[in-house]
Each structure stands twice: as structure tokens, then as C-alpha cells.
Write a protein that binds this ligand. Structure first.
Ligand code: AMP
Length: 187
């Protein structure tokens, strides 16, 4: 498989927006687990019915559920041909371990979009998504610290973590991301 990347960052860090732009520029497939889950909720599938209340409360869908969904997506031809940028996955060390078993060496870069808590809180309240209640936001930020932040060390130990400053305008942040991805893609 061509290059595989993940983008980490607190919810509200702008990673979804940036992930779409990066994937387009580098010609890789953008895979957002949040978007996949929201689509399942909208379609009223069995997965969607299970996921909805979990998502509304700001909790995480169990690894056993989300890992299988991601594995199936990674096996599709477009990803096998084009490579991927995962957005919103992994969120736990268990998910990261599952991911590395699915993709092995093709996972070459973990971007962490770094934005302080106060700033992401303000941005999430401003975007006004259905699941963006104050309680759900607080819960998601808590879970980020306990479950997702340890991934920084996990990816760091594997030598593929790059921290990118997520403050500033969308274009400024995008330029920073592009220069980091460029270094890896051109190697
Ligand atoms: P997001 O769009 O990435 O903020 O995800 C929205 C919600 O979907 C999260 O608050 C979780 O409830 C759920 N979700 C998305 N990705 C994952 C994941 N990798 N593991 C567990 N839950 C997830």
C-alpha cells in the first residue's frame, strides 16, 4: 500500500477540515471514523442505532466495533491503491495496535495538530454540531486526555510522530502540515 497517515488532535482542533485538504493535495483517501459513524446514524443501520447514544454523550464507541469498521475500509481497492489519511482514528492505544497490525509498514506518519484546550472548547461551542453540548464536549476532552493523549507517546516511540502547531488561520496551519507531509512523501 502507498503512504498511510493518521492525524491526531483534540476534537475542535480543526483536524477534520485540514485532513480533507491534505488528503486531496497528496491524493490519498480521507477516512473519518466520525463521518462514517454519522452516516450510519443517518442511515439508521444497526451500527448507527448502537452508536448514536454513545456519540451524543461524548463517549467512545468500543474498540471492538470501530476496529472492524476501519479494517474493512482499509481493505477496499481505493485505499489499497491510493493510501490513506485516517482522521479520528486511532483514539485509544488498543485502536493504534489494531491499526498497525492491519497496515504494517505503510503507516509512515502521525500528525498531531496541537491546539490548547481553551481554544478547542471555544471553537466547538461555536460550530454548534448536534452532539456539541457542553457536557459532551467536556466528556470528549476528558477522554482525549485519558485515552488518546497516550497515543502521542505510542507514535513517538515508533519514530513517526510530528507535532504541528494548530494555532493561526486555516491556511497557515495547512501550510505547516503540507511541509511536514512533503518531507515524508518525498523521502
Ligand atoms: P469525531 O467526528 O471524530 O469528533 O467523532 C464523533 C464521535 O464519534 C466521537 O465523539 C465518538 O463518539 C465517535 N467516534 C469517532 N471516531 C471514534 C473512534 N476512533 N473510536 C471511538 N469512537 C469514535
Amino acid at each position: 500500500m502507498p503512504i498511510g497517515m493518521v492525524i491526531l488532535g483534540r476534537q475542535g482542533s480543526g483536524k477534520g477540515t485540514q485532513a480533507v485538504r491534505i488528503a486531496e493535495l497528496f491524493g490519498v483517501i480521507h477516512i473519518s471514523t466520525g463521518d462514517m459513524l454519522r452516516a450510519a446514524v443517518a442511515d439508521g443501520t444497526e451500527l448507527g442505532l448502537k452508536a448514536k447514544s454513545i456519540m451524543d454523550s461524548g463517549d467512545l464507541v468500543p474498540d471492538s466495533v470501530i476496529n472492524g469498521i476501519v479494517k474493512q475500509r482499509l481493505l477496499k481497492e481505493d485505499v489499497q491503491q491510493g493510501g490513506f489519511l485516517l482522521d479520528g482514528f486511532p483514539r485509544t492505544v488498543g485502536q493504534a495496535e489494531a491499526l498497525s497490525s492491519y497496515v504494517e509498514d505503510s503507516l509512515q506518519l502521525a500528525l498531531n495538530l496541537d491546539v490548547p484546550i481553551d481554544e478547542v472548547m471555544a471553537r466547538m461551542l461555536a460550530r454548534g454540531r448536534d452532539d456539541d453540548t457542553t457536557e459532551a464536549i467536556t466528556r470528549r476532552l476528558e477522554l482525549y486526555e485519558t485515552d488518546t493523549a497516550p497515543l502521542l507517546e505510542w507514535f513517538g516511540q515508533r519514530g513517526i510522530l510530528k507535532i504541528v502547531d494548530g494555532n493561526g488561520t486555516e491556511d497557515e496551519v495547512f501550510d505547516r502540515l503540507v511541509s511536514v507531509v512533503d518531507q515524508i512523501v518525498r523521502k
